[in-house]
Design a protein around this ligand. Structure first.
Ligand code: UTP
Length: 289
């Protein structure tokens, strides 16, 4: 059973400067909802309510977002805006959220190592705080279901166009069940011609506690940071690690173009503004040259 989730959200977000100088990129709004709220809701909707968020200096907006806001709630109550009051209140009660600060930003692998004492000897879910997956069944739920069958680490993957493999960690391996492979090779940002497949590591993982020992053994890699992919590379040589292609579309909001795409797609699906927004988009597109 997976009962704990870890959300790394400490990074500098340098691809999204200048806003990330003072605002966490995980708080960038998709219409009116911070990205990390969607990520927490994905964990909760997958049945995981014990969540550790890894933050850093300057990222207290994340902690505030999931805390009670008594004055605001009282204000909404006096105005008779009960639906909004409950919405605000629910943010503080939907999960048991803990925070820890990564003291030096030494990469994703290093960030995960801060979860060691929180997760103890249980397997746990990892969701990147800057990555959304738009899917029918929550992406994390899909991975948990595979973990429950295979009882080994599971890496969520998505297919990317062959010309884009050099932007991602790519895995290759032997198919064991539909959409699931036992990993044989894992390469960080390969050239298209050298890539073992077009299955890219996609921001969602189920890890087992032995990952912490592998992170400890992992030397600094790309950008002089301790990379989770490098630790997983060591791990899969010793034990079975699986990749599962989840149903859904992944959005990395830490990259400007994907952020804009995500905002537009989510706005078009909204019940309140969706119809008007789509009408605007059609007019706008018709005017483009
Ligand atoms: P990224 O590599 O996309 O985040 O990490 P970054 O370093 O903030 O991005 P750029 O390249 O400077 O724009 C994916 C997730 O891992 C977290 C990030 O906050 C993000 O949610 N992360 C990354 C950490 O928690 N700690 C780190 O040291 C690095």
């Amino acid at each position: 059973m997976i009962s704990k989730a870890v959300i790394p959200a400490a990074g500098f977000g340098t691809r999204f400067l200048p806003i990330t100088k003072t605002q966490p990129k995980e708080m960038l709004p998709i219409v009116d909802t911070p990205t990390i709220q969607y990520v927490v809701e994905e964990a909760v909707n997958s049945g995981v309510r014990d969540i550790l968020i890894i933050t850093a200096l300057g990222k207290s907006a994340i902690e505030n977002h999931f805390d009670r806001a008594f004055e605001l709630e009282a204000h909404l109550h006096t105005q008779g805006r009960e639906e909004q009051r409950l919405q605000v209140r629910n943010l503080a009660s939907m999960a048991n959220i803990h925070f820890i600060r990564q003291r030096e930003l030494n990469g994703l692998g290093d960030a995960i190592s801060y979860a060691r004492w929180h997760v103890g000897d249980e397997a746990f879910l990892v969701l990147l705080g800057d990555t959304l997956v738009d899917s029918q069944v929550p992406c994390s739920r899909q991975l948990i279901d595979v973990y429950n069958r295979l009882k080994s680490p599971i890496i969520g993957v998505e297919e990317v166009p062959p010309q884009k493999v050099e932007r991602y960690g790519i895995v290759g391996g032997e198919a064991v069940e539909p959409n699931t492979w036992r990993i044989e090779v894992m390469v960080e940002k390969p050239k298209a011609i050298e890539a073992p497949s077009n299955l890219a590591i996609g921001g969602r993982y189920i890890l087992t506690p032995d990952i912490f020992d592998y992170i400890e053994k992992t030397a600094r890699g790309v950008n002089n940071e301790v990379q989770l992919t490098d630790a997983l590379q060591l791990m899969h040589k010793d034990r079975a690690v699986y990749a599962h292609k989840f149903e859904g579309v992944r959005h990395d909001i830490g990259n400007r173009l994907d952020y804009m795409r995500t905002s537009v797609k989510y706005a078009a699906k909204r019940k309140d503004i969706g119809t008007d927004f789509k009408a605007f988009l059609k007019e706008f597109v018709a005017e483009l040259d």
